[in-house]
Design a protein around this ligand. Structure first.
Ligand code: ADP
Ligand code: MG
Length: 553
């Protein structure tokens, strides 16, 4: 028609599409999981909207997902009667990728030579709708937003552009028709225009979807999934593969999770929680608008994604679902933050996640290693953010140390190795291990055989300042204040004599350098370097100064 427009995909979207078309995945089946996942989300959103807004003119009596295969035309259609999209939503949600960090991810992908590494990178992103272009040479989407009268038709071959036009007489919701590429037709197992293939894929990846997924044959319509809410079932009724598929649905991850936490509370405030610790960090873990989260349900009704009232910021990588039974459906984020019961649930969830990691340390040390490598930097923020769990968190921390160049150490292990008479836990912060090791501050500690923790993450600067002690042992920076290595040294007559001899020189130096330093004093901490600059006990370290400056403070 004359209102047909040809528009260009946004640059980042175009690049992602290219990746999909020249697929780097070996498993193409998952495109169907992505479409069903979107349909399910759309049904969740519609139900919630209709519960909150009683005047919304929509029919919610038979919410479902419908699959349709046409072997002659070689098409597969996924249809839902959910929330649908307006024209602008189609342009902004399908034609654009609004997630921050996408450009950076694409740059890394371009640089990466190795296919496995690329797969991993893109897996951290989760490509969603575009996965259809692994199997399609054309995709047609027809949609109508609930409560609006005009529909929208969108079509693209996954190259630079798409066509968009208004259409009449569109049922509410969205239908996506995948025009299958011809080259897959020989492969019987992956013939997506064949009903048995589709039935099997749905069973494998989408069985737990809470809405009926139907497929019609000539004389009957079958529901393909069991629709069991996984979190409401008991642990021994769910097998690992089911947990894994559910995890992929809620997390948009393509890899299996590292740990599964399934809990249920009865009594005063009833809830079920099914949480997952991923096996790798998402690419946007340290971006402020990074995707995160735990979803909130109320008695099986989806309420919101990324429910930050349920998980502190430092555990933002934990994924999953919490189904609380006694909340109002139209509860807002602000009210949730204040809700006392939610605060109780949150405390329990945090304790459970932390104790799960602690158990990993003893039962599966190599899995703990993976956890710490991926998420340690975020978890350390908890030492600042969450004073209530400080002790538990300190038990989880691993840091580099002079004890072993290859193995990080826990604070507990450090304490067990402390020398006779050593009172403090020594550490030094800096930009890199090699820079710290070359520092003149290290000399005496090295010579005298004291172990020093080497802290190189910017966040380390902050928590070591906050944590006064571990297991009764003060944390002491070797670059700050007076470090008394052998206690007795300072009181010897020889030392006293030296001090007297050097007083004029030190006074003169202090005067000369008054713009640069506070004081010049004799030190026992050096063995080969003639002098070094030491921070005052309460001064900011250079890295911290830099960090605050970068944050604009
Ligand atoms: P994600 O699901 O991770 O957000 P997708 O690429 O799968 O990413 O989808 C992008 C967006 O397009 C969705 O967030 C949603 O807003 C919209 N969308 C996709 N499919 C549908 C659908 N069937 N109904 C309504 N909106 C949809
Ligand atoms: Mg999706």
């Amino acid at each position: 028609g004359d209102r047909t427009e040809t528009l260009e995909f946004q640059a980042e979207a175009r690049q992602l599409l290219q990746l999909m078309v020249h697929s780097i995945y070996s498993n193409k089946d998952i495109f169907l999981r992505e479409l069903i996942s979107n349909a399910s989300d759309a049904l969740d959103k519609l139900r919630l909207e209709s519960l909150i807004d009683k005047d919304l003119d929509v029919d919610t009596s038979d919410l479902h997902i419908e699959l349709d295969v046409d072997p002659e035309q070689r098409t597969l259609t996924v249809r839902d009667n959910g929330i649908g999209m307006s024209r602008d939503e189609v342009v902004n949600l399908i034609g654009t990728i609004a997630r921050s960090g996408t450009a950076e991810l694409l740059r890394k992908l371009k640089e990466s030579q190795d296919a496995a590494a690329s797969r991993e990178l893109i897996g951290q992103f989760g490509v969603g709708f575009y996965a259809t272009f692994m199997v399609a040479d054309k995709v047609t989407l027809v949609t109508r937003r609930a409560g609006q009268s005009e529909g929208t038709r969108w079509e693209s071959a996954g190259e630079g552009t798409y066509v968009i036009e208004p259409v009449d007489d569109v049922p509410q919701g969205t239908s996506v028709t995948v025009h299958l590429k011809p080259e897959d037709s020989e492969d019987r197992l992956h013939d997506y225009a064949a009903e048995p293939t589709i039935r099997e894929i749905v069973k494998r990846y989408s069985d737990f979807i809470a809405w009926p997924i139907r497929m019609g044959t000539d004389d009957e319509t079958q529901t393909l999934n069991s629709m069991k809410a996984l979190w409401a079932r008991s642990r021994d009724e769910v097998d690992e593969a089911e947990y894994h598929e559910f995890y992929k649905h809620v997390s948009h991850d393509w890899a299996d999770p590292l740990e599964i936490i399934h809990m249920r509370a009865e009594g005063m405030f009833e809830y079920e929680a099914l949480l997952f610790i991923p096996s790798h960090a998402p690419f946007d873990l340290f971006l402020r608008e990074g995707r995160r989260g735990v979803q909130l349900y109320v008695k099986r009704v989806f309420i919101m994604d990324d429910c930050d009232a349920l998980m502190p910021n430092y555990l933002r990588f934990v994924k999953g679902v919490v189904d609380a039974h006694d909340l109002s459906l139209n509860i807002s984020r602000e009210i949730l933050q204040q809700d006392r019961q939610i605060q109780v649930v949150r405390r329990r969830l945090v304790k459970k996640v932390l104790s799960t990691v602690k158990d990993l340390m003893t039962i599966h040390p190599e899995r703990y290693r993976t956890f710490w490598n991926e998420f340690g930097r975020a978890v350390k923020e908890g030492l600042i953010e969450d004073p209530d769990n400080q002790e538990l968190l300190l038990d989880l921390v691993s840091v580099a140390s002079t004890h072993d160049p290859d193995q990080p150490t826990t604070l507990r292990q450090y304490v067990e190795r402390m020398k006779e008479g050593q009172k403090d836990i020594y550490y030094m912060t800096g930009e890199s291990r090699s820079m710290i090791e070359k520092s003149p501050h290290m000399e005496a500690f090295h010579t005298k055989g004291y172990e020093v923790l080497l802290l190189t993450d910017p966040v380390d600067e902050v928590w070591v300042e906050r944590i006064a002690q571990f297991d009764g042992k003060p944390l002491q920076s070797i670059a700050k204040g007076q470090v008394d290595l052998d206690g007795a040294d300072d009181a010897t007559p020889e030392r006293e004599q030296q001090r007297n001899d050097f007083t004029p020189l030190l006074t003169w130096l202090t005067g000369k350098l008054s713009d640069q330093v506070k004081e010049v004093r004799l030190s026992s901490r050096l063995t080969t370097s003639p002098a070094c600059v030491v921070g005052d006990t309460y001064d900011m370290t250079p890295t911290l100064e830099k960090m605050y400056r970068a944050m604009g403070q």
